[in-house]
Structure formats: C-alpha cells, structure tokens
Design a protein around this ligand. Structure first.
Ligand SMILES: [Zn+2]
Length: 196
C-alpha cells in the first residue's frame, strides 16, 4: 500500500473569503482562522483522511506589515476561539498571507506556531492542526482577459490567478500552501491543497 498524503480541501465559500480578505490589503500580511472538520475522501479508490475547510474567518484585531502578521488583542483572539468552539464548530487551523514572498512557513512562523501549540497543550485544548500560507503577487498580463479566476494545481500547492482586478491587464497571482506540525518528527509537513 502506498503512502497517501494528507489533503486539505477548501470549499468554495472558504476560498472566496481567503482570497478577498488577503486582497483587501495586498501590501500587508493578514490572517485568521480556518473552520471545518476532519473528513475522508476517496482518492484512486483508497479512503484517505482529509481536512475539509468550510469557513475562513479574518481576524480584525491584528497588527501587520509587509512581512509580519499577528493578533494584537489576545483577549479578543481568545474570545473568537471560544465563540467558534461554543457554537460547535471546529477550528482546524489558521491562515496568513505573505507579500511577494513564497507560500512557505518562515522561521518566525514556525517559532510562533510551536509556541502556540505548547500554550494550547498546557491548557489542555486540542491545538489547531493546519497553518496555511497564501503568497500574494501583483501580476501584469500581456493579453486581455475577461474577469476571471483560474486555479491550477501544482504538486501540493494551488495557484489562483485572479485576473482583471484593476483593469483587464492587471491582477494577482496567489499561491496557497498548507502545513501541519508533525509532533513525532518535530517538524512541519506540507499538505496537499485542493480547491473547488
Ligand atoms: Zn508567514
């Protein structure tokens, strides 16, 4: 039996919020929570585990710049977490954007996530599982296109081209990567991202 990789499945409405919340401030990093459930899918006739993401919630009380994003009001942050939990929804992870960079976890990201996981474990709360990074690049196209969004699969990531935002020749290219902390390996593994 071959080893199937873990899949992150993004729903249509979740993808819309992820992209629009990141493009609202394309020159600054932004982020929020990923809400969904653990699920199973059949890939090549085999059942495999996946994370289904139904909703993205952009955190409003945050501080950010070209190369950083973080919650600025931890009480508010905890209140959002508690509200989502008490409504019976599951926080599957967090997302944040990168600006003209790569859709990979930086060393600062890894440090932040590890500290957050430790804090959650101390409090006996099951920690968020996924960290998603969306890299935003402004893009000029040589040919006129109608307004549209194309999503292309790479090996594990997805690239979404959002064309014709300011005019038919201008748009954004967004690359989405997702990672999970593997406790046994004390390292992050890259997950396979699927979009509608
Ligand atoms: Zn980052």
């Amino acid at each position: 039996m071959f080893d199937l990789e873990k899949i992150v499945n993004i729903s249509e409405s979740c993808l819309v919020t992820l992209i629009t919340s990141c493009l609202e401030i394309p020159h600054k990093e932004t982020g929020g929570f990923l809400i969904g459930k653990e699920d199973a899918r059949f890939v090549m006739g085999q059942r495999c585990d996946c994370f289904s993401l139904d909703v993205a919630y952009p955190v409003q009380t945050s501080e950010s710049g070209k190369s950083f994003w973080g919650p600025s009001n931890l009480t508010a942050y905890a209140r959002i977490k508690d509200a989502i939990d008490s409504m019976g929804f599951q926080i599957m992870g967090e997302y944040h954007s990168h600006i003209e960079n790569v859709p990979e976890l930086s060393n600062a990201d890894k440090k932040f996530i590890k500290a957050e996981l430790e804090e959650f474990q101390q409090k006996g709360i099951s920690p968020p599982r996924i960290e998603m990074v969306l890299n935003i690049e402004p893009k000029k196209y040589s040919r006129r296109h109608n307004r549209r969004c194309d999503c292309t699969y790479f090996k594990k990531r997805v690239r979404c081209n959002i064309r014709g935002i300011k005019n038919p020749l201008n748009g954004y290219s967004i690359m989405i990567g997702a990672y999970q902390y593997e406790e046994s390996a004390e390292d992050f593994i890259e997950l396979s991202v699927h979009v509608p």
